[in-house]
Design a protein. Structure first.
Length: 102
């Protein structure tokens, strides 16, 4: 039976017969663990902050685009209201909100 231990186990299971023989004879048990040491940081250490920064930049640009669209809609609304309302007078002073159409 080929049994593999999950990664992260420091010492794999020692078979019972080897353990009992080591106890009876005083012979040391040598455990060889093959590991692949990684040099440097894994990609996740760099990728997570970049993803967070990219998401925040995209969110900020989305807010700017939404604000521009809102201001554009407000400007068009004011223009339409000003054209339909005609001149506005307050206290004897008359303001023309929009130029007359030619």
């Amino acid at each position: 039976m080929d049994r593999r231990d999950p990664p992260g186990i420091i010492a794999p299971h020692i078979p019972a017969d080897a353990y009992r023989r080591a106890q009876a004879t005083g012979q040391p048990v040598v455990i060889v663990v093959h590991t692949t040491d990684q040099h440097g940081r894994p990609l996740g250490h760099y990728l997570v902050p970049l993803v967070i920064a990219g998401a925040s930049v995209m969110g900020c640009w989305g807010l700017v685009a939404a604000l521009c669209a809102l201001l554009d809609a407000a400007a068009h609304t004011v223009t339409v209201i000003a054209q339909t309302a005609g001149p506005l007078s307050v206290g004897g002073i008359t303001f023309r909100l929009a130029r007359p159409k030619r």
